[in-house]
Design a protein around this ligand. Structure first.
Ligand code: FE
Ligand code: ZN
Length: 248
């Protein structure tokens, strides 16, 4: 089974989440959106891991700042959407959107997504052009960067609400039992919009209670499943472009 470690970076400032994924035998290890070197290296060391690859969801500095340092420390290769090659620091390998890949024996290759470490690259251009999410079907995990957060979505830096609507439809098509891992701890930032939207209905009260208890224990608020998110996140609930436009 694929192991997933969440590392809080830029704590108390931007509250980024970087993720370390590794196989049980520890031969395969990737870091998604390395935001800050020290907390990531500390975690890698305590787990005895050497990353083979770094994956970026998009080019923003708070998701790519440690690319080059991790590359220099571990010899890891930087992997991202090929369309973002020109603005990803330390870029090595380009991925095609809509394609499926496998990481095995420290090598990345195009494969049907059916093993633990297999993933699909889904284009969700809106927060930035070329933003992708990484979907691991066997593990039932989705890494959403700055597209989907708990109870909200990322700001539209390079896209428009129409593109965000298209992006969210792709995420909504994935199975309800997939857990999603966002690029920031923004749960209680997004909560007020969602709370007002739903008039404080039962599902969102339960959601916020779970999030609060986890945060109080020093854990991330998530992961929540897409099924839970579809019941509470008004941006994900919007059934038309017009409904979504009204939330921005
Ligand atoms: Fe961003
Ligand atoms: Zn970000």
């Amino acid at each position: 089974m694929l192991q997933i470690e969440t590392v809080l970076c830029r704590a108390g400032k931007m509250d980024n989440y970087s993720y370390i994924l590794y196989s049980e035998d520890k031969k395969n290890c990737i870091v998604i959106d390395p935001s800050e070197t020290v907390p990531i290296v500390d975690r890698l060391q305590s787990l005895g891991l050497v990353p083979n690859y770094i994956l970026n969801t998009h080019h923003h500095f708070d998701h790519t700042d440690s690319n080059v340092e991790l590359k220099n420390l571990y010899g890891a290769k930087v992997v991202a959407n090929n369309a973002d090659a020109y603005r990803i620091p330390g870029f090595d390998i380009g991925l095609g959107v809509g394609k499926k890949y496998r990481i095995a024996n420290g090598i990345i290759e195009i494969k049907k997504a059916e093993e633990d470490f297999d993933f699909e690259v889904i284009d969700v251009s809106a927060h930035t052009q070329g933003h992708v999410v990484y979907y691991f079907p066997k593990t039932k995990a989705l890494f959403t960067g700055d597209t989907l957060f708990n109870l909200c979505v990322g700001g539209l830096f390079e896209g428009d609400p129409e593109q965000m609507f298209e992006a969210l439809q792709k995420i909504k098509k994935l199975p309800d039992d997939v857990l999603f891992y966002p690029g920031h701890e923004y749960t209680f930032g997004g909560a007020s919009v969602a709370y007002n939207y739903w008039g404080g209905n039962g599902d969102i009260i339960k959601y916020l209670q779970i999030a609060k208890e986890r945060l109080q224990k020093g854990l991330p608020a998530g992961p929540f499943s897409l099924g839970e998110e579809k019941k509470c996140n008004p941006y994900l609930m919007a059934n038309s472009k017009e409904e979504l436009f009204n939330l921005f």
